[in-house]
Design a protein around this ligand. Sequence first.
Ligand code: HEC
Length: 146
Amino acid sequence: MRRIVLVVAAFALGATVAAAQNVTVIKERQDHLKKMGDAVKPVGAMYKGEADFDLAKVQAALKVIGEKAPIVPTLFPDDSKTGGDTEALPKIWEDKADFEARWKKLGEDAKVAEAAITDEDTFPDAWKTVAGNCGGCHKKFRKPKE
Ligand code: HEC
């Protein structure tokens, strides 16, 4: 009898740990994405002509993108398809190769832009290439806003 209770308790504990891990990784990837979004936001305003060009902020955003691009795609394990307030679509796990290739391209484009953007004239074209990756992936792999 005692043994059965122990086994049941261990099983329940295991299930709790698994669920906790899953929400942790969702939170972790959202934190990285949010930091990337915060860095990109002022640059998006510059691109739209709503803020003055600021090379330091552009370069800082590209650096953050370059740091996050290799990390984020590693934070989508199979046990994180649902949970928390994730906006990830199931398609990510059906088409992991495309999902990961897009992160790789984002990182590479950010690196190219870091070298290419030296002033206001070289900014728009190079930035457009980088930022296009964000919307392109969100359209396919992230739940649309309600
Ligand atoms: C290859 C796919 C992909 C690329 C590229 C991508 N994202 Fe995302 N992004 C996602 C997915 C998927 C989510 C939803 C994650 C979740 O909720 O679990 C997301 C969520 C976000 C969020 C919300 C984070 C939160 O607080 O929950 C922000 C902000 C964001 N992305 C910004 C960006 C920016 C800025 C770029 C470009 C520099 C970008 N993303 C590029 C896939 C991508």
